[in-house]
Design a protein around this ligand. Structure first.
Ligand code: NAD
Ligand code: ZN
Length: 367
């Protein structure tokens, strides 16, 4: 039986189901919650090639024959052009507001399909069937949707919560190992934010999480509980939800500094290095013990993730330029910055007054 995690948002509560083989039950789980609806499935070519047939069989058990919209894989798909393609596909299938848009893929498909579901007919029903580890532990939960603009990532979108999230842990067997590791960084993040026992458990059990089996579903369920907790407290990110950005300030700067070139650095790898830097920086500021920073680094290294800036292949801009990516505005570079810092494993907090000069000298030492 799948693990059920409930996301409590007042009257808009929804379930996350986590377990192996869930694709075969997709139709049953959907029709239990949204009876008599029609559906469009949005997916990418990689996922469609290996898992679309299984999903179609699962939907067919309750008579759902979805319109399928298959897009090219990759971050570039989160664009206005592909948004239009999805919107047009949903309208061409003559779906009504009460019908369902199903996102079947990684975070790219989830963000794009969720945005389309949020705006077509002023908001259609939406179901997430995440197929990457990152999407199962992070992007499919919480209702943030959107696309990229030429001026930056994730700048255009809406909050639109799904009615159901189905995380079939078996589909992760076909995920490239590098993508699995990148998703694992976001999984470990929850331990580092406020679940020290979970981080200790991962240090012991990470190899079983990679191998599959019950530990994988257990870890994903714990991550979903952690994310659901934060989202329930702060749906629209006016406060605590920002803790989920642990490792992301440094991480985003490194992604930008590598021109979002996924052959050099994918998002989760940037987050891994960013978390290690956040711990090292916190220790340099005498907030956390150097032993905790070393523990984080050792774990990332053990699972095969990059953990230092020098682990990124190719040339990188100097410390000043990296700081400029962090501030995105040279004027701020003499002022104060908001960072997620930590007092130890599982003790992250939002620091609103970090001097840019401290960040700069830290980056110079750790370049
Ligand atoms: P992705 O969707 O590009 O998937 C990674 C790669 O794995 C793709 O090539 C995809 O085709 C492939 N893939 C996915 N599932 C597979 C499977 N089961 N078997 C084989 N291949 C498979 O990237 P991602 O890492 O899943 O998500 C990254 C995106 O998520 C970014 O755009 C990021 O901005 C977004 N994101 C959103 C949120 C949110 O809260 N909405 C949170 C974190 C990240
Ligand atoms: Zn992330």
């Amino acid at each position: 039986a799948p693990v059920v995690v409930e996301v409590g948002l007042g009257d808009r509560t929804y379930d996350i189901l986590i377990g192996s083989g869930l694709l075969s039950r997709a139709g049953a789980e959907i029709s239990r919650r949204l009876p008599g609806t029609r559906a469009a499935v949005v997916t990418d070519a990689n996922v469609a090639a290996v898992h679309l047939d299984a999903l179609k069989v699962g939907l067919e058990t309750v008579g759902i024959q979805p319109a399928v919209i298959t897009l090219p894989p990759g971050e570039k798909t989160k664009s206005f052009a592909h948004l239009e393609e999805v919107v047009d596909g949903v309208l061409a299938a003559r779906l009504e507001r009460g019908d369902i848009v199903i996102a079947f893929g990684g975070g790219v498909i989830g963000d794009l399909a969720g945005f389309a579901a949020g705006i077509v007919r002023r908001g259609m029903n939406f179901v997430q069937i995440p197929t990457s580890l990152l999407a199962q532990v992070d992007s499919s939960v919480g209702g943030k949707t959107g696309i990229n603009s030429a001026r930056g990532k994730n700048l255009v979108g809406v909050f639109h919560q799904p009615k159901l999230v189905l995380a079939d842990t078996g589909v992760l067997d076909t995920l490239p190992i590098r993508e699995f590791r990148a998703g694992y960084a976001e999984l470990a993040k929850y331990g580092l934010i406020d679940r020290p026992e979970f981080f200790a458990w991962l240090e012991e059990n990470w190899a079983k999480v990679f191998a599959g089996g019950p530990e994988r579903a257990q870890a994903i369920a714990e991550a979903c509980r952690a994310k659901a907790d934060v989202v329930a407290r702060d749906e629209f990110e006016t406060g605590d939800r920002a803790l989920l950005n642990l490792g992301h300030t440094f991480g985003h700067a490194l992604e930008a500094a590598t021109q979002y070139d996924g052959t050099r650095l994918v998002h989760g790898e940037g987050v891994a290095i960013g978390m290690a830097l956040a711990y090292r920086f916190s220790s340099r500021l005498n907030l956390a013990s150097p032993d905790d920073a070393a523990r984080v680094e050792a774990h990332l290294r053990a699972v095969g993730l990059p953990w230092r800036i020098v682990d990124i292949p190719g040339d990188l801009p100097d410390a000043e330029a990296l700081l400029a990516f962090i501030t995105q505005d040279k004027k701020v570079s003499r002022g104060a910055l908001t960072f997620i810092l930590t007092r130890g494993i599982g003790q992250a907090f939002i620091a609103k007054d970090v001097p840019a000069s401290e960040v700069l000298s830290f980056l110079r030492e750790n370049h």
